[in-house]
Design a protein around this ligand. Structure first.
Ligand SMILES: Nc1ncnc2c1ncn2[C@@H]1O[C@H](COP(=O)(O)OP(=O)(O)OP(=O)(O)O)[C@@H](O)[C@H]1O
Ligand SMILES: [Mg+2]
Length: 260
């Protein structure tokens, strides 16, 4: 558990009055309005909010895939922050290259970053085993179910050991049991590696179970409604879901989402 010494609460990302407007044929669509919060190094943050409120937009701006319209997004790192190297992103829909085998898809960041393929090949195989895809390394994406593809894209996001992990409803396509297993697995990886995680989910229970802090967003355009501290002990266990405090937190978030 050496990770905990790395989880000291120094601010890592400052998000201030972030705004995003999409120009469309039908006029401007404001997806983010005044989103403000800090992310601390080593923190596990979950984001919840109504469908279409701007969660994916927010993650894409943080990952550098989209530009913001207004506001500030600052990374306080010792060296430069290079999203290609320092961010691993799991998209809402698995975006795998259909002409590459599963293991070759997982190795994509290694190629882009020109890292030692040989060294990372065994790591790719380990990560695929971790997500329950051993035996499918040489398969092609269209030979896998949606949930299996999603698990492959989780391996891809982890292969280059990024310090920031952005996960956009990564477990939405999984069955309940696999989802619970993946929750525990992602917590395990997080505790082992001290990564900072931003995790979008529609599951209130999942949000509470995983997080140090749950950020609740309003309907579009997204504003931050609340940041709820989750003080349940670590490591989290399934039994905690039966505890009173767990239920109380879920209810609090449910009520915040219900308010318009
Ligand atoms: N490329 C785009 N061009 C125009 N509008 C967009 C674009 N992408 C998203 N939007 C709009 O921005 C808003 C927020 O979209 P976003 O995908 O960020 O929502 P979300 O919170 O991730 O939703 P969900 O929970 O359903 O995934 C939506 O109203 C959507 O229609
Ligand atoms: Mg989304």
């Amino acid at each position: 558990m050496m990770a905990f010494s790395m989880n000291s609460r120094s601010p890592f990302i400052n998000i201030r009055n972030l705004r995003k407007i999409y120009p469309t044929k039908g006029g401007e669509v404001c997806a983010l309005q005044d989103v403000t919060f800090d992310v601390f190094r080593g923190e596990f943050i979950t984001l919840v909010g109504p469908s279409g409120c701007g969660k994916t937009t927010l993650l894409k701006i943080i990952s550098g895939l989209l530009t913001k319209t207004d506001g500030e997004l600052l990374f306080s790192t010792k060296g430069d922050f290079d999203p290609t190297r320092d961010v691993g992103m799991v998209f809402q829909r698995p975006v795998l290259l259909k002409w590459r085998s599963i293991v070759e898809n997982v190795l994509l960041p290694v190629e882009i970053l020109r890292l030692d393929r040989q060294r990372y090949y065994s790591k790719a195989m380990e990560l695929l085993q971790l997500v329950g895809l051993e035996g499918f390394e040489k398969s092609y994406p269209n030979e896998l179910s949606g949930g299996m593809q999603q698990r492959a894209s989780i391996s891809r996001a982890l292969i280059h050991n990024p310090q920031l992990l952005l996960m956009d409803e990564p477990f939405g396509a999984l069955d309940a049991l696999t989802r619970e297993k993946m929750n525990l697995e992602i917590l395990h990886i997080w505790q082992e590696t001290g990564k900072t995680v931003l995790f979008v989910t529609h599951g209130i229970q999942e949000a509470v179970f995983l997080a140090d802090r749950v950020i609740v967003l309003s309907a579009r355009p997204a504003r931050m409604v609340a940041a709820i501290d989750v003080n349940l002990p670590r490591p989290r266990t399934m039994e905690m879901k039966a505890e009173k405090e767990f239920g109380r937190l879920c209810l609090e978030i449910y009520r915040l989402l219900e308010e318009k």
